[in-house]
Design a protein around this ligand. Sequence first.
Ligand code: SF4
Length: 355
Amino acid sequence: MISTKRKPMTVSLPITIWKALQISFWLIGVLLVLLLLFKPDLGILLFWNLLIPIAPALLVLLPGVWRNICPLSSTALFPRKLKFSKAWQLTTNQQAWLYLLGVIALLLIVPLRHLLLNTSGLATAVMLLVAVSLAVTMGMLVKWRSGWCATACPIHSVERMYGSTPLFTTDNAHCHQCEQCISLCPDSTKQMTSSLTRSHKLERLAATLMTGGFFGFIWGWNHVPDYRNDINLSTVISAYAWPLLSGMITLLVYLVLTSSANKKQTQFINRLFATLAISCYYWYRIPSLFGVGLFPNDGVLIDLSASLPSWFPLVIKFASAYFFFWFMLIRPNRLKKQSWSIRPNYAIDVKNINA
Ligand code: SF4
């Protein structure tokens, strides 16, 4: 059901449909892990060259939908749904630490793709199973989404980076009542961004690293080939130095630009850097999906190098960059009040519900 009378635009579905979607995507997640273990070539193709390339665009367009159907998110909430979560309330300090650790994990895992993950189904499956274990452990210990989906999940920092101007606000299909599990709910906060923080220095540090550094990090990452399990000192240095040093350069530029900017200018710079980051990702990633990227044998979904016209890579690069500049920088001026999902009613007695 689509409502355009309310501002912002909201799209609601019956809860039964959300549940069906959650179960379907959870089963797809299980199937992917099994394929990575037992049919690694197919698993790698589907995970790294189909699902992951779609994910950033999904986070830009429909972050609330993704948060409702993410299989890892559903798994992290099992302990609470099965009533064996301790449901500890995290302090603001602990929330900030977890968010920073999630950002650090992201910056360490992504370069590992070139060394190992992009070409090893087993390593990718192990990475996913470690993430599941951590998510479930956090779900067993702390309150609702506060220990994983809203803090430590490495993808969460990317959600915040890209998801400030969603296409529409949707239902919160996990939280039937808001138990105020986290002090700054990413799902319910309008114009959620990586730079919108709980005024905690660690969280501000994580936000600055992401907002300023992620653009350069992505640029550098795309200039490293897949080393196909050839792990030695030289390949490790190359895999990490390119993204991290490039990230430092854009971080410095970001710090200089924001040092004398007022609040409105800073918000624009934040959106600009997020737009540059995702445009940079697709600038390199779309051609590589079709075998016409910087490293023609890496990250290919379907090899069309023999049939695509020579102008294709350049046209698709500019077309995708144009789309994200329009969607994230120009269009949002009319959509100031958008959140990822609608905050449900507050629980009447939060303590009793969490007992
Ligand atoms: S809506 Fe409420 S219960 Fe759900 S994640 Fe946000 S703060 Fe937590």
